[in-house]
Design a protein around this ligand. Structure first.
Ligand SMILES: Nc1ncnc2c1ncn2[C@@H]1O[C@H](COP(=O)(O)OP(=O)(O)OP(=O)(O)O)[C@@H](O)[C@H]1O
Ligand SMILES: [Mg+2]
Length: 600
């Protein structure tokens, strides 16, 4: 639920985040939008004047003393009444039309300003998530995270903030009009205020409440729907072979039904408002003319009606915009909830490129774990207990042990993704977490399941480097050493071929070699590799083994090994059970200490 207090807090956060210069500019933008409404007031006053002069002219009477004074002030007292009417009508219309264009221009500026802010604020959420570390990134659902950092941000910045700014301008217009009409025609003003006031109150109390509720459930449903479709694609093979697609799609349709009905309602509500106001304007005009003609002479009555119609033609659309805006804002406020809570958790809004983005080590580094113990935030079991070991510079080092023993956790500690509660970790004497915070590149990591980017083969290897800046010689070296030469030759456009989700798919073994090529291209002097657990055919296994072997000498290599073949070839290995070291040393030493080692 997004309450008023959340809205206040997020507005405060917003104001604090923008610089003093921007604050002034934003204030000026709002103020101009408010003051530009005064042009309308002058235009409408002039139209009232036009009405009065016309009636007097047609009846061949002279106009009232007040009008005479106004006419002489603007230098029109000696013109014919037709001339007076034409000039005044043209000036009035020009004023009203130019006000419309100025307001349109200012609204656009406002919307674009907040669109830019949406991008900056989603950057901040993403960057803060990285800064807070691995464990916090795991605490939200993927779909919820995607929503709150993309659409949710737009909904907040554009749907709530930009629309509120425009709303202020329209409310100012209504106030100015109310005061203006009151001075010119108090009776007309009172009647219109009663009519438009009660119409506004009804729409606000009944329709807007509903809209907010619809917005809230809409956002929640969008996330659920997204997750269901994601699951459908993610489990494609299982669902396909079990022939259960009908059941899954029916299930998705059920949740979709709720959200599409919701969307229909959201889009329908503004139409209700529009017709409601149209009717109100008609009834209003009828009531005002009746009152005017009963109470006043023709000249006053006609100029009163002219003022009402002219003002009404501005008030009704403004009221409608206020209503629509309030509806949209309420609706958006529901949808912005996830983004608001994310933004309120952000501790540091800084987003800039780290200064010294270079490799921590210029040559293969040493890695040292000293009495390291670690417990995950959300559990009480110690996952790593008092682990001490050393990886020598340039060594190939394996970590092995049963499933769930803590191998991945050990590597996460080495990468600085998580920090130990006890003991310390050093890469060439430096704490990995601290050096990442300093902007250094500590290691290159090859996960078990390498994620391909939906991009060219080349971009997938030279991760984060623009295509035009890729070092082609280094690229082909990385491809060769990672045993990917044949793969590239078989692709239709060579290294330019698009791979990943929207391109050519690669096998598990090929993906892992892309990961190794990435590590080679990055020049990292510490390479950490999580060997695939899945069964690979002999040839692929050989390719990967050769690729790992090609890293020897150019980097310190730490590999989570699952295969006897890999274990046999390393310089040293560590065997862990339940988070503690069961054995470490050469392959033979560990093999002798661990019963059943050969059957792993
Ligand atoms: N984010 C987490 N929060 C809480 N507990 C976790 C988390 N990640 C892992 N664990 C627990 O820590 C222990 C070690 O997990 P880890 O992933 O390091 O094992 P592993 O040796 O890599 O296993 P495998 O060979 O199956 O990949 C397990 O008991 C696991 O349940
Ligand atoms: Mg693991």
């Amino acid at each position: 639920m997004t309450g008023k207090s959340d809205l206040l807090s997020i507005t405060r956060v917003f104001i604090q985040r923008i610089g003093i210069h921007e604050k002034q500019r934003l204030l000026l933008l709002i103020l101009t939008q408010v003051l530009v409404n005064l042009i309308d007031l002058i235009g409408i006053g002039l139209l009232g004047l036009v009405g009065a002069i016309t009636v007097a002219g047609i009846q061949s009477q002279s106009t009232s003393p007040t009008i005479q004074t106004i006419l002489s002030t603007i230098g029109l007292e000696n013109k014919s009444f037709q001339m007076q009417v034409s000039i005044l009508a043209i000036v009035a219309t020009s004023l009203l039309v130019s006000r419309t264009f100025i307001s349109l221009y200012l609204s656009r500026r406002t919307f674009l300003y907040f669109a830019l802010k949406s991008i900056l604020f989603s950057q901040s959420i993403l960057q803060d998530t990285f800064r807070k570390g691995f464990e916090s990134s795991r605490s939200t659902s993927t779909q919820g995270f995607i929503y709150s950092t993309t659409s949710g941000c737009d909904v907040l910045m554009i749907g709530v903030f930009a629309q509120s700014t425009v709303l202020v301008s329209d409310i100012a217009l209504l106030i100015f009009m109310g005061i203006g009409v009151f001075i010119l025609q108090p009776a007309t003003a009172l009647v219109s205020m009663m009519i438009f006031g009660s119409a506004g109150a009804y729409m606000h109390l009944v329709l807007n409440k509903k809209s907010k509720l619809l917005g809230q459930s809409g956002a929640a449903q969008a996330v659920i729907n997204g997750r269901k479709v994601q699951e459908l694609l993610g489990s494609f093979r299982e669902i396909y072979t079990a022939n259960k697609s009908f059941e899954f799609i029916t299930e998705i349709s059920k949740t979709r039904k709720a959200s599409t009905d919701n969307q229909a309602e959201i889009n329908y509500l503004p139409i209700v408002n529009k017709y409601f106001l149209e009717t109100t304007l008609l009834v209003g005009a009828l009531s005002v003319s009746a009152i005017e003609f009963v109470l006043n002479d023709a000249e006053t009555a006609i100029s009163g009606l002219a003022v009402f119609l002219a003002a009404g033609s501005r008030i009704a659309p403004a009221l409608l915009r206020v209503q629509q805006n309030l509806l949209n804002i309420r609706n958006s406020l529901g949808g912005a909830g996830p983004t608001i809570s994310k933004l309120l958790e952000v501790d540091n809004f800084d987003f800039r490129k780290p200064q010294n983005q270079k490799n921590l080590a210029a040559s293969p580094p040493q890695v040292r774990f000293e009495a390291v113990s670690f417990t995950y935030q959300n559990s009480k079991d110690q996952v790593i207990s008092n682990v001490t070991f050393k990886v020598g510079a340039g060594e190939t080092f394996a970590i092995s042990g049963p499933s769930g023993s803590g191998k991945t956790t050990l590597v996460d500690l080495m990468l600085g993704l998580v920090s130990p509660q006890q003991g310390f970790i050093e890469i060439d004497g430096v704490n990995p977490r601290a050096s990442i915070e300093d902007g250094l590149v500590t290691a290159s990591y090859v996960p078990q399941e390498v994620q391909l980017l939906s991009a060219s083969f080349m971009e997938n290897i030279a991760l984060g480097v623009p295509t035009s800046e890729v070092d082609l010689a280094k690229l082909s070296m990385a491809i060769e050493n990672a045993q990917l030469g044949d793969v590239v030759t078989s692709l239709s456009e060579g290294v330019e071929t698009k791979i990943g989700e929207e391109g050519v798919l690669l096998s598990g073994g090929q993906k892992q070699r892309v990961g190794i090529a990435r590590a080679l291209y990055s020049d990292a002097k510490l390479i950490i590799l999580d060997e695939p657990t899945s069964a690979l055919d002999g040839e692929t296994e050989g390719f990967i083994a050769t690729a790992i072997e090609s890293l020897r000498g150019s980097a310190t290599v730490v590999v989570i090994a699952h295969r006897l073949n890999t274990l046999k070839n390393v310089d040293k290995l560590l065997y862990i059970v339940n988070g503690s070291i069961a054995a470490q040393g050469s392959f033979e030493e560990v093999r002798n200490k661990i019963p059943n080692f050969d059957y792993l």
